[in-house]
Ligand binder design. Structure first.
Ligand code: PMP
Length: 409
């Protein structure tokens, strides 16, 4: 299969990612663990270097040139995030450590202020632990209850059951936009319309969607949207919480300290509006700037990159499905390029280890989705997750290795 199309030059794209040319043992690296974390283009690596060489100073509080420049660059990154997700205003975008911290922020701040005994939080069986455990903790604190929407055998969400579980008790629906195990893309707009009809808010976990297709806060319908920089080719330890300004400003602070206050007095303290209200202390300035570069980089490659990725997913699905005894877990019609699978009689960990010996990086295990594994009646899967810089040749290498591994057992 050709990787190049008229407007997508895969060799040039791959040249932007220095790590893709390294070897693992004696084999060229085949990196198929993008769902866990994507690799970084030169634009990101150079932004980090440039910041520490030429721009570093603390932001917001300085009157000197460096501090003003760093502040402007930090706020420019916020504007880039807003553009990337179609936010109405950059001030709707709060910088966090990542998806996990963003969800913890909402559960601790909004959850504690708004959940009461008897209220219900609706989750789905396909949630990542990061979108389960903070809600369990919030439920314990407030007396709210957790209800769970099941997943059909092909990996689609049971919207029929979702409709039945929705009630005036439902205060929040927290749903993944795309599943990190099944690849399923959930119909967030439809879910949000239904949730809003009973007065519930919706949190969409965009950790796996933002890297794969454009998202738009004007049409998604969610009240909270969270994602991580490192899955969209940006640095680790960075992420975003998006919500409308009035939602954010009605929420109590999550962490307190410098920069998030208006006036501090031992008689009482007043707080700034969002986003500063939720960004206490000196933030991760360098990674924020590099995150902004990553989003610009990814956005520049669209939509050709997505067309390539879709073709790769179709090719990889057919290639793996043709391997005897291999079963793909997650075959929903709407999918991102995540391929979970099992081979009868071979433990996922053995498959992962043997693939690594061939230079192929995949992930094995429960993928931080133990309740989903329980629902599917399996202990774990092997997961190959693709992005735009993967090639048809890499899929062939995966397929060939899996054929060989299957015959070993
Ligand atoms: N939700 C989903 C769907 C994920 O795939 C992940 C990362 N595997 C997370 C949440 C957590 O993201 P992070 O570790 O970047 O906070």
């Amino acid at each position: 299969m050709p990787d190049n199309t008229a407007d997508f030059d895969i060799a040039r794209v791959r040249a932007d990612f220095p790590i893709l040319s390294r070897r693992v043992g004696k084999n060229p690296l085949v990196y198929l663990d993008n769902g866990a974390s994507a690799q970084k283009p030169l634009a990101v690596i150079e932004a980090l270097d440039r910041y520490y060489r030429h721009q570093h100073a603390n932001i917001h509080r300085g009157v000197h040139t460096l501090s003003e420049e760093a502040t402007a660059a930090y706020e420019q990154a916020r504007a880039r995030v807003a553009k990337f997700i179609g936010a109405g205003d950059p001030r709707e975008c709060v910088f966090t450590k990542g998806t996990t911290e963003s969800i913890n922020l909402v559960a601790a701040s909004w959850g504690t202020a708004n959940l009461h005994a008897g209220d219900e939080i609706l989750l789905t069986e396909m949630e990542h632990h990061a979108n389960i455990v903070p809600w369990q903790q919030a439920a314990e604190r407030t007396g709210a209850k957790i209800r769970v929407v099941p997943v059909a055998p092909d990996g689609t969400l049971r919207l029929d059951v979702f409709r039945q579980l929705l009630s005036p008790q439902t205060k929040l629906v927290a749903v993944t936009h795309a599943s990190n195990v099944l690849g399923t893309v959930n119909p967030v707009s439809e879910i949000a319309a239904l949730a809003h009809s009973v007065g519930a808010l919706v949190l969409a976990d965009g950790a796996q969607s933002t890297a794969h297709f454009p998202v738009d806060m004007q049409t998604l319908g969610a009240d909270f949207f969270v994602f991580s920089s490192h899955k969209v080719c940006g640095p680790t330890g960075m992420g975003v919480l998006w919500a409308r300004t009035d939602t954010l400003n009605a929420m109590p602070p999550y962490q307190c300290g410098g920069d998030m206050i208006r006036v501090v007095d031992f008689a009482g303290t007043t707080f700034r509006d969002a986003p500063e209200r939720f960004e206490a202390g000196t933030p991760n300035i360098a990674d924020t700037l590099a995150f902004g570069e990553a989003l610009e980089y990814v956005a520049r490659l669209r939509p050709a990159a997505h067309a390539h990725e879709d073709a790769l997913l179709r090719y990889a699905t057919a290639r793996l499905a043709a391997i005897p005894k291999l079963r793909i877990i997650g075959t929903a019609p709407e999918k991102v390029s995540v391929l979970s699978f099992l081979i009868d009689g071979v433990h996922p960990l053995d498959i992962g280890t043997l693939l690594d010996a061939d230079g192929i990086a995949v992930r094995t295990g429960h993928h931080c989705a133990m309740p989903l594994m329980k629902a599917l009646g399996i202990a774990g899967t092997v997961r190959a997750s693709l992005v735009f810089y993967n090639t048809f040749d890499e899929i062939d290498r995966l397929g060939d290795s899996l054929e060989r591994i299957r015959k070993m057992f």
